[in-house]
Design a protein around this ligand. Structure first.
Ligand code: FES
Length: 506
């Protein structure tokens, strides 16, 4: 079998130093506790601290290593194709709120980069969504028309700097790209002090709205007047956001390219099998990032093939030899026309807030989430808050939500029988993960390259679905709401807050 190329790590993480913020060592009290150290949490914390609040950002592992550390870091209000759909679903006025708020998020980052002189490879770029076939062109034309109607900087072009022809593309001028970790690390470093904190390796297990709110971690409690849960999917189930969105995985590879052959701008296709492109400077060289091959989390086991297909595509289109990086990422996609949920956890909550469902465009939506939630906590009017209100009536009954939630139900029921085909660890060969049933227990078993067996319960501790093997990451992924675990059961992705139970091999 072909081997996958490239260092298996995010370029953003590999090209920055690791953080070393302390863990929680004793109970602390702050004005606002923020669960999750990604772009939404750090943006909210930055605004709140600048407005005189004390904050504590609490991260289960290290900050900016989740979705924010694995993004393509495109900062734009053009999100593939969105505006024609938004006008159809919500009307022009609300579509304009989406446009204005995402464009404002781009400008918020630009302003902070300028004010703070942040060295984060920020550059203004045009952003394109292209149709690779003539059949797709009408969708591009409709998007251009919708975006222009909303006052966005859109036009239709038929020529791009991509190495292959396109039938047409939506072009948004004056968008931006940056090095997301350099930007967020700069902001995070300003947070500790004067009663504020960043805590790493501090997993939150419970958030309770009380007076004050209580955030329980394995290492102690954080008491706060307000709490923001800014994990990709809230670790608190009360708002049912796991049923209003679905988890999606996608793949990125990085390859150094001759700058003469590199495309200028940021690009993405659309449809069943689409690809995304941008470049980033690195040590005087140009790194091309190519993304794609996305699928619902837990629905594909042979994810090595996704990397291989991405490599093959990149080599064919750009004539490159060496693949330098590869990584994958996870997002939550909102069923509500990809509009995120930003606001209170439930209508009954007054002090616990969430932000989720960024639908693969977290750089602008994460930033605007931080802006909205900070305003809500500060008691300021925010012109976009009602539109994104996380407690809004949402269409549980859309074609997509029915299909995805049926898949979850089907997984849950079929899971009761899964694994019965193998009832011995001998079925698990070196380098492979397999579900087996041993003495009636459903076990997720992985045998490493040295032949050592790693066995954990196959039952996801979130809501009881059975995990699936992911061979590209060597992880156990839950198809229901996207929790992911290492071969030894360690949590890689929430909403689970408990590890997969270790299985005692007899
Ligand atoms: Fe919800 Fe696994 S993530 S059941």
């Amino acid at each position: 079998m072909a081997t996958i190329s490239g260092k298996h790590t995010s370029f953003w993480i590999d090209s920055t130093t690791t953080t070393n913020f302390p863990s929680l060592t004793e109970d602390v009290t702050v004005d606002v506790a923020i669960v999750g150290g990604g772009i939404a949490g750090i943006t909210a914390a930055t605004i709140l601290k600048r407005q005189g609040k004390t904050v504590a950002v609490i991260e289960s592992e290290e900050i900016i290593k989740g979705t924010s550390g694995h993004t393509t870091a495109k900062l734009t209000s053009l999100h593939q194709l969105i505006y024609a759909d938004l006008i159809k679903e919500f009307g022009e006025e609300k579509a304009k709120i989406y446009a204005d708020s995402n464009q404002a998020a781009v400008e918020q980052v630009a302003q902070w980069v300028k004010e703070g002189n942040i060295d984060c490879d920020f550059s203004r770029q045009d952003n394109y969504t292209f149709a690779d076939t003539a059949e797709k062109l009408p969708q591009v034309e409709a998007e251009v028309e919708a975006a222009i109607k909303l006052g966005l900087p859109a036009s239709l072009v038929t020529e791009t700097t991509l190495p292959f022809p396109v039938a047409g593309a939506v072009k948004f001028t004056n968008q931006a790209q940056f090095h997301v970790r350099k930007y967020l690390l700069h902001l995070a470093q300003q947070l500790p002090g004067e009663g504020s904190h960043v805590f790493e390796h501090t997993r939150v297990t419970e958030v309770e709205e009380k007076d004050p709110c209580e955030v329980t971690t394995k290492l102690g409690k954080v008491f706060a007047t307000d709490v923001i849960v800014a994990t990709r999917l809230p670790i608190t189930d009360a708002g049912l956001f796991f049923a209003k969105s679905f988890p999606n995985r996608s793949y990125i590879i990085g390859t150094y390219i001759d700058p003469e052959k590199a495309p200028e701008g940021m690009f993405i296709g659309f449809g069943e099998d689409y690809y995304s492109f941008r470049t980033t400077p690195h040590n005087g060289k140009t790194l091309l990032l190519v993304g794609g091959k996305s699928h619902k989390t837990g629905s594909v086991s042979e994810t090595k093939d996704n990397y291989l297909q991405l490599e093959e595509y990149t080599r064919a289109q750009f004539g490159v030899e060496e693949i330098n990086y590869r990584w994958s990422t996870q997002d939550m996609v909102s069923f509500d026309t990809k509009v995120p949920y930003i606001g209170k956890l439930t209508p009954l909550n007054n002090h616990v807030y969430v932000a989720t469902g960024f639908s693969l465009w977290g750089m602008s939506k994460g930033t605007l989430s931080g802006m909205i939630l900070a305003d809500l906590i500060l008691g300021k009017d925010n012109p976009w808050a009602d539109f994104y209100d996380s407690t809004r009536a949402t269409p549980f009954i859309t074609k997509q939500s029915i299909q995805k939630n049926l898949e979850v139900g089907k997984s849950w029921i079929l899971d009761r029988f899964k694994g019965l085909q193998d009832n011995s660890f001998e079925a698990v060969v070196n380098g492979e993960g397999k579900l087996v049933t041993i003495d009636g227990d459903k076990v997720a078993a992985y045998r490493d390259d040295q032949g050592i067996l790693h066995a954990v319960s196959a039952v996801c501790p979130h809501l009881g679905c059975i995990v699936n093997w992911n061979d590209g990451e060597k992880s156990w992924d839950c198809p229901c709401h996207g929790s992911r675990f290492s071969c030894d059961g360690k949590i890689l992705d929430s909403p689970a807050v408990k590890e997969l139970e270790a299985y005692q091999i007899k």
